[in-house]
Design a protein around this ligand. Sequence first.
Ligand code: ITT
Length: 201
Amino acid sequence: MNELVFATSNPNKILEVQTKIDSEKFPIKIIPVPQPFDPVEDGETFLENAYIKAFEAAKKTGRLSFADDTGLCVEALNGRPGLYSARYAPTGEEKVQKMLSEMEPFKTLDERKAYFTCAIVLVRPDGETIFSCQSKFEGFIDFSPKGSHGFGYDPIFMVKELGKNLAELSTEEKNTVSHRALALKEFTNWLSSHNIFEDAQ
Ligand code: ITT
């Protein structure tokens, strides 16, 4: 089976991506990049940061590699934490608590609009980008955390259509709606119509 290296140090992302690829029976084997893997993400956009991670993994392994760069953008906070979502606070729990206290002044759901964005970039070892896309998944910042699945900001990200927060969804359920699932869908659609394995690696 053809293989792609996934440039991440986040095991939750590996689980979500693996589960999505398996559920679609998509004929690609995902190989997590060998750890430790911690490139400096100093890009000015999500796409630039995804490229930095993917290229670093492609150089390290000599193989086609992809990365996902994700952020939570909150309307009332002028789009913060956005590109700085990983550095907002050290742990998932602390991120959630800090966000809840920053959002304290905003008392109605309408004032608590937010979205996750997920950029995916696929890079060859010579540094050429062969695919990129970016998704947007809209929701609201809840007034308190709910659920125990997922990671990061999932306990406070409310999906209005489902009446649930992301952390209340199983990996399979999160994969039917999330920012990562939307971007992955675009990625696998593109992969099905392009034979990148013939001469790319
Ligand atoms: P890699 O860069 O190694 O892939 P990361 O966790 O640092 O792992 P990102 O920079 O893409 O990944 O994500 C920034 C932060 O956003 C991350 O630390 C999480 O706290 C949060 N995050 C990312 N994806 C998320 C998701 O699906 N649900 C909730 N929070 C998420």
